[in-house]
Design a protein around this ligand. Structure first.
Ligand code: SAH
Length: 383
């Protein structure tokens, strides 16, 4: 069992101190192991998961198909830990942003983006981010800590509750993307189990096409996806060569394009026939949006099964960049399409409430931890 799921309770109470176990963040295997460990049948896991995730129940007394004795036992040993909603903001375009308090000092942001035929929830995986991508507001605010399982899946649980729907009956959240605060592949211990809960039929039952992990390119973790969670993959590429990517996405200095690109081919290999990678490319005026960049990108992507998602840059206070002009965006798109690539331009949503890509900031208490957790890059000559 993940020790991070064990919280100390009753610290003010007389001895013995009881360690309660959180059930919200357990995937099915962990929950089955837990029920076995407390002397119960493993199938209780699926019953409890249904209550928690499909019916939004956090009190054991409401889980009416469990015996009274089991409910009492669970009340002693476990809990379904859920965060407080500190703020809820509505955009004119229907986007909703929640600020969730995860401990006394930190809060994180979660965004719901409704569209005609789907609803996407953008979830955070860390408090802040250590990667320091120069165009991202989360990166500029520093890193505090990894989120735990319960804190990540709670974003889905809370959003369903706030939207007033039981996922079993009405699925307003049809897609989940790990594109909020943080780098999900630097926190796989917690993000992988959460992805499994999202896809579990006893929980949210989303198909693997509808759960997307977005990464700046943590290659060893990309290689684990296929075996451990098999979700959809989006890569924050943002530059067609190492010299530029080293500046925009500094983790490129550790995993440069000649290391990253083969990992994307490994990811799509052997999967079902329609498996592809989404390539995210933020459009920064005069920086990475020139004609030559588009040609270079088309060559770099070669015959990788992929879709390119161009993201007009979303500004934030003190950012050094500007959004590319519409002309530059269309010119870039035309070149990629002429090269045979499938390209979409991401619609900017929730800008009026700072909920657009790269604008999520939450509240990160101790930013100094950035230096403690910074990814150390080996110096490497630029290509
Ligand atoms: N760390 C992960 C997920 C978080 S960022 C990653 O790098 O993929 C989610 C997406 O928003 C990424 O593609 C990221 O590059 C993009 N993004 C970040 N800041 C942005 C900004 N200011 N404007 C537009 N897109 C941005």
């Amino acid at each position: 069992m993940d020790v991070n799921n064990v919280i100390e309770a009753g610290l003010d109470a007389p001895h013995p101190v009881v360690a309660k176990v959180d059930l919200l963040g357990m995937d099915r295997a962990a929950m089955e192991a837990y029920f076995t460990q407390i002397g119960e049948k493993p199938f209780r896991a699926s019953q409890v998961m249904k209550w928690i995730h499909q019916f939004g129940v956090s009190e054991f007394d409401e889980m009416t198909n469990l015996s009274k004795a089991l409910r009492d036992k669970l009340k002693q040993l476990a809990w379904v830990r859920t965060p407080k909603i500190v703020a809820e903001q509505y955009s004119e375009d229907g986007t909703i942003k929640w600020l969730l308090e995860v401990d006394n000092h930190n809060s994180i942001e979660t965004v719901f983006i409704p569209e005609k035929n789907r609803g996407t929830l953008c979830i955070s995986s860390q408090v802040g981010c250590a990667l320091e991508c120069t165009f991202c507001s989360t990166g500029q605010q520093g890193f505090n800590r990894n989120l735990e399982n319960w804190e990540i899946i709670a974003q889905m649980w809370v959003a369903n509750k706030a939207l007033g729907c039981k996922p079993k009956e009405e699925r307003r959240i049809s897609n989940v993307v790990f594109m909020g605060m943080g780098e999900p592949l630097l926190n796989v211990t917690h993000t992988f189990p959460v992805a499994r809960i999202l896809m579990d039929d006893y929980a949210y039952g989303l198909s693997k096409r509808r759960v997307t992990i977005s990464t700046a390119g943590v290659v060893p973790a990309i290689d684990k996806i296929k075996d451990e969670v098999d979700v959809s993959l989006a890569i924050s590429l943002h530059a067609p060569n190492n010299a530029l990517r080293d500046v925009l996405v500094p983790i490129n200095q550790k995993y440069p394009l000649e290391v990253l690109m083969p990992s994307l081919y490994r990811y799509v290999e052997g999967g079902h026939s329609k498996k592809h990678v989404t390539i995210e490319y933020v459009m920064l005026d005069g920086v990475n949006d020139r004609i030559e960049h588009a040609h270079e990108l088309a060559i770099l992507l070669g015959d990788l099964p992929c879709k390119v998602n161009m993201i007009p840059f979303n500004p934030f206070p003190n950012s050094d960049y500007k959004r590319s002009s519409n002309n530059a965006i269309h010119r870039f798109k035309d070149i990629l399409e002429a090269a045979g690539l499938q390209v979409t331009v991401r619609k900017t949503r929730g800008e009026d409430i700072d909920a657009a890509c790269g604008q999520l900031a939450g509240k990160v208490a101790d930013r100094t931890k950035r230096t403690l957790h910074r990814v150390h890059f080996e110096p490497r000559p630029l290509t």
